[in-house]
Design a protein around this ligand. Structure first.
Ligand SMILES: [Mn+2]
Length: 419
């Protein structure tokens, strides 16, 4: 008998011996296992969906086609509640090859997770935003007849190539296990040179969104302008590292973004407390609370924000938690906080920032249509996204002045005739 065979038999005997012992040991109940190791949630390692990435479609059942965005609407013009819901009735792209072939500027994707907001419902955000604008005609032929009410003849529907890239697969019981799928999809978009916009979903998403981009551009090479009622630098709740109140903590502690390149706008909740504020100041976070906006006035604070966005890496990420707004304008929020910004302030800021800076990614989060008895929140969310896209379109056309307005849209030009 050769050596290899002997080792093989000995090994097999050992394994059978161990598994025999295992079979005789009474299996522990789930609750016993939970109580014995409270720091690890028991999961079924044999479950076919233990990683949501197995749900990514390979589209092998589709007929062969040339790569490029696919227009799936029956009509070239329509309202958001008509047709197959896509963001701004944009064509659909399914693969990176589609993005490259279509020279796509911006791909909007959904990430419908809501495990960490305290009340579920932000998972319905992406679909609410796809169908949120009830009045404006969107579609291929719409751009000929419209202009922007501030910047005039800059029409993102015409001047940018935008696609709906679909939704990331999500483990509906775990944000942690959903993150690798979100990261994969954000990277897949960004690596083609297309700007990813992630529509949430809750704000825990800011962590995988920014991590995906720092995996491409390098740690410390992205600045973030973050609109929010909350500072989101809390420890996660109930022992979780991540919640919708903690992405900033992880991003700063892990060094993905430097504190001084983190500009926060519109904070007006009862957190941060003194201790957390000291943590922010230690990290040199540039925060602009409503206290400052109210005292100094919005135009002065906006100028500071724009200057601070330039005082750091050239690449900028915008994270827009719509609860930065006064809930009168956006009641459908996971954690509404009275006393916030106006939609006009937010829209002016994101348009100006997107025109002035090289945007490498955007997320818009926390829209919860279930707790909004109107369609106001989705309406404001769609318009806010439209302002981001307008800023990106301005920059593409060479307009980088964040204060740009079309002269004909801000002054009728007719002199007084008092004779
Ligand atoms: Mn937030």
């Amino acid at each position: 008998m050769n050596m290899k065979k002997t080792i093989g038999i000995t090994f097999t005997t050992l394994i059978f011996g161990i598994s025999g012992l295992w079979a005789q040991t009474p299996k522990k109940t789930l609750i016993q296992r939970i109580e014995e190791s409270p720091n690890s949630i028991p999961l079924n390692p044999d479950h076919p969906m233990k990683d949501p990435r197995v749900l990514f479609n390979d589209f092998k059942d589709n007929p062969p086609r040339e790569p490029g965005p696919i227009d799936i609407q029956r009509t070239t013009l329509g309202l958001a509640y008509q047709g197959i819901p896509t963001f701004f009735r944009a064509p659909v792209a399914l693969t990176p090859e589609d993005l490259k072939a279509g020279k796509v500027d911006v791909a909007i994707m959904g990430a419908s997770l809501d495990m960490s907001t305290g009340q579920r419902g932000t998972a319905f955000g992406p679909q609410a935003i796809r169908t949120g604008e009830r009045l404006t005609l969107w579609g291929r032929d719409g751009a000929a007849h419209i202009a922007h009410p501030h910047v005039g003849d800059i029409v993102f529907q015409r001047d940018l190539k935008i696609v709906d890239y679909g939704d990331a697969p999500i483990d509906i019981q775990s944000q942690e296990r959903s993150f690798p799928a979100v990261i994969q999809m954000v990277k897949e978009i960004a690596e083609t040179g297309t700007i990813p916009i992630i529509v949430g979903g809750d704000h825990s998403l800011m962590y995988p969104d920014v991590v995906a981009l720092t995996q491409i551009y390098g740690k410390g090479n992205i600045g973030v302008v973050h609109f929010d009622a909350h500072f989101d630098g809390e420890e996660g709740f109930f022992g979780h590292y991540i919640s919708h109140g903690s992405p900033v903590k992880l991003l700063l502690d892990e060094g993905h973004v430097k504190g001084k390149n983190f500009v926060q706008v519109g904070l007006h909740s009862m957190i941060p407390g003194r201790e957390s504020l000291e943590w922010m100041r230690k990290h040199q976070v540039r925060y602009h609370m409503m206290a400052e906006i109210e005292e100094k006035g919005w135009p002065a604070v906006l100028d500071k924000i724009l200057a601070e966005a330039l005082d750091g890496p050239q690449k900028l990420f915008l994270s827009i938690d719509l609860d930065c707004l006064e809930p009168a304008y956006a009641p459908g929020m996971g954690t509404p906080e009275p006393g916030g910004m106006t939609p006009m302030q937010l829209m002016t800021a994101v348009r100006g920032l997107a025109a002035q800076n090289e945007i490498v990614g955007v997320d818009l989060v926390e829209v919860n249509p279930i707790v909004d008895q109107t369609y106001l929140t989705a309406l404001v969310a769609v318009r806010t996204l439209g302002e981001v896209l307008t800023g990106i379109a301005m920059r593409k056309k060479g307009i980088t002045d964040p204060h740009y307005r079309d002269p004909h849209w801000k002054d009728h030009g007719v002199p007084l005739d008092n004779k």
